[in-house]
Design a protein around this ligand. Structure first.
Ligand code: DGJ
Length: 595
């Protein structure tokens, strides 16, 4: 059984925030992570907080003026949090001279719109590359070295590429100094208000186009021993390690010392060329099926994970010394067609190297997936191992996924990417956010317990039964119809709805999955949020075999209090026999048993 390594870290995050409160004048209510049953939650102003978020496109916040029209859109989409990139280049255009205008402007406008902010520190790395480093960093390739790739005689691409190397100590120190300045400033302007609730440090780090850095400094380290501190961490957490990582170490006899290849197995052979950001070397069908969740060329990926983690840890330490709020890193995921390190950023915080990140960067609170893969649940599971709190900083706008993430995987937040783009925020997402925001006190109270789950169904799925509380609930898909965007509503039925530019007619879009939050709040009482399904109940405790619908109420939570909007019976529940869950509606249902 795995122990919860990161939930222990999560607990420490709150404790640490309190510990520094007197020394660094951190106010009460500073955002922190706190354990709640089996879950770890984000706590803001001393209350658990569910981030119903969206991430802006990369450069949106570089112009406060261009951001102006975006705020109403975000509010209309029912978001409570926005992820906003801060560019190191813009923040520190000259070494040691900081420009706080963007940060201050975003915080001010967020407050006016009753929103929270998660800033993304686009610094040494963004999608593996280094395009957000300041000009004074970019042009000094001696002080701020680049990685080198390609080593074999048959490899056509070889030499330095424009990715900063983790082996540049000056890079690390400059990045850390800037991030420290940023966090000190955020504390100064927001330490008492808590508009900013978390920080993402860097973005999708890792080596692209090769499985590891092959600069002289990197080669020397790779030929040297695995650092004793990493070996000690692995030894002392041996029984709790991520299984696919443990297998790799086991295959080498759990060696306690040696070079990276001796301890973890071979790196990439010199003559294998990585297809540039395309696909993997040829694989069998089986490999295609499983290879996106295994280690390949393990020594290379593990070596890079350690070196990125050590670098990021210094940046995080400097940031937390300025203002100690939760900090996370995000991963560009390995995928069936990008299964080998280097076709995705090698060394990023991917699940197979989470143990390395925990060892190398204990100050990082959350290892987060940028989740565009179709295996949504699988990825949530892999990012929840070892007690890692689930936060999804980038994903698509599928409303079923936010329901599943928060109610089944205890996510602390969900954030579709490009929320400011030129399409409207999908009305289904806005409606689901509205529903979840009403239910959030209840969802947060039940996270980490076995009294809540989520059900997702698609057209063609067979009925599914789950046991929750004193009943087995059988769900049958009934369908989910897309909503028209807000601008198209209210038009006369005879004219075809005019859709906003950039949007497709609903019938041209793939059908949406149906999904619902299900919460057992008492022995015979449930709340349901969302739907597109019907539910049948059967008892799973001794007693009379028949189950009847008692009260069925549709309603809403206002300031956390349940208000009944209408009572459902008769034709709307098949004369008391069938409960139908409608998308984005909230139902309170009581049951009774009869012989
Ligand atoms: C992943 C990156 O992290 C984002 O910054 C953005 O570039 C998206 N990809 C674009 O899809």
């Amino acid at each position: 059984m795995q122990t919860n390594l990161l939930s222990a870290l999560g607990l420490m995050a709150c404790a640490a925030a309190l510990a520094v409160s007197s020394a660094a004048q951190t106010s009460a209510g500073t955002p922190c992570l706190q354990k709640h049953g089996a879950a770890t939650q984000l706590v803001v102003d001393d209350k658990p907080f569910l981030a119903l978020a969206g991430e802006l496109t990369n450069n949106a916040a570089t112009s406060l003026e261009m951001l102006e029209p975006i705020w109403p859109k975000i509010v209309a989409g029912n978001l409570n949090t926005v992820l906003v990139g801060i560019s190191w280049a813009q923040f520190e255009p000259e070494e040691g001279k900081f420009n706080y205008a963007q940060v201050d402007g975003v915080i001010a406008r967020a407050r006016e719109n009753h929103l929270h902010i998660v800033f993304i520190w686009f610094a040494s790395w963004k999608n593996g590359t280094s395009s957000y480093a300041p000009y004074w960093v970019k042009k000094d390739y001696v002080r701020f070295p680049r990685i080198q790739i390609g080593a074999g005689k048959t490899v056509s691409i070889s030499g330095p590429v424009e990715l900063l190397s983790t082996f540049g100590e000056a890079t690390r120190d400059a990045d850390a100094a800037a991030f420290g300045a940023l966090m000190r400033h955020i504390k100064e302007v927001d330490g008492a208000r808590h508009t900013v609730v978390m920080m993402q440090v860097e973005n999708e780090v890792g080596v692209l186009r090769d499985s590891r850095d092959r600069s002289p400094a990197a080669n020397r380290a790779f030929a040297g021993p695995v650092p004793a501190e990493l070996m000690q961490f692995l030894e002392s957490h041996k029984d709790a390690l991520i299984p696919e990582f443990r297998e790799v170490w086991a295959a080498n006899g759990y060696r306690k010392s040696g070079t990276w290849e001796e301890v973890f197995g071979p790196g990439k052979p010199a003559d294998v060329e990585i297809p540039i950001q395309t696909t993997t070397p040829p694989m069998s069908a089986y490999e295609h099926e499983v290879s996106w969740r295994q280690l390949h060329w393990p020594a290379d990926e593990i070596f890079m994970a350690w070196n990125y983690a050590r670098f990021v840890e210094k940046v995080v330490e400097a940031g937390k010394a300025g203002y100690n709020i939760p900090m996370f890193v995000n991963a560009w995921l390995q995928q069936p067609n990008h299964a080998w390190p280097g076709t995705y950023p090698s060394g990023g915080p991917l699940p197979q190297v989470h143990d390395i990140w925990r060892a190398g960067a204990p100050g990082v609170d959350i290892l987060a997936p940028d989740l565009y893969l179709e295996f949504f649940d699988r990825v949530c599971e892999r990012f929840s191992r070892g007690g890692n709190p689930l936060f999804i900083p980038e994903t698509s706008t599928d409303p079923a996924n936010v329901i599943v993430a928060t109610a089944r995987y205890n996510a602390i937040g969900f954030s579709p990417f490009g929320i400011d783009g030129n399409r409207p925020i999908p009305p289904e997402l806005a409606a689901t956010y509205q529903m979840l925001s009403q239910l959030s006190p209840m969802i947060l109270a039940h996270q980490g317990s076995d009294s809540m789950t989520a059900v997702r169904m698609s057209e063609g799925d067979s009925p599914r039964t789950i046991g929750l509380g004193n009943y087995n609930l059988t769900f049958t898909y009934t369908g989910r119809v897309r909503r028209l965007p807000p601008q198209a509503r209210g038009q006369v039925e005879s004219s075809p709805p005019r859709l906003p530019a950039g949007s497709q007619p609903a019938e041209a879009l793939p059908p949406l999955a149906a999904a619902a939050v299900v919460i057992a709040v008492g022995p015979d009482e449930y709340y349901f949020g969302g739907g597109g399904m019907r539910v049948d109940f059967a008892p799973n405790t001794p007693g009379p075999p028949n189950v009847g619908l008692g009260d069925v109420q549709e309603g809403r939570f206002v300031d956390g209090k349940w208000q009944v909007a209408r009572q459902i019976a008769g034709d709307d529940d098949a004369q008391g026999e069938i409960l139908v869950l409608h998308p984005d509606a909230i139902l309170r249902v009581t049951l009774y048993r009869a012989p």
